[in-house]
Design a protein around this ligand. Structure first.
Ligand SMILES: [Zn+2]
Length: 71
């Protein structure tokens, strides 16, 4: 068994569009990708949500790009 070093195995983070809860003391948020409504409500407290960005690990499965095969 051998092991090849791969640069892209590092956790890459990028500024990602998210929705975050407008309530100050609520931690509710969701990725923009994962919301299917124009203006989602918080899954925790049902408050309105506002657009925001977070530094998140890049998902390996973005829409549109083919999945790289693991060999
Ligand atoms: Zn909330």
């Amino acid at each position: 068994m051998y092991f090849r070093k791969k640069q892209d195995e590092e956790l890459v983070k990028e500024s990602t569009a998210v929705w975050s809860c407008e309530k100050e003391d609520c931690k509710g948020w969701m990725r923009d990708n994962f919301s299917f409504e124009d203006e989602p409500t918080c899954p925790i407290c049902s408050s309105p949500m506002k657009r925001d960005t977070k530094m998140l690990p890049v998902l390996a499965n973005p829409t549109g790009e083919p999945k790289p095969e693991n060999k």
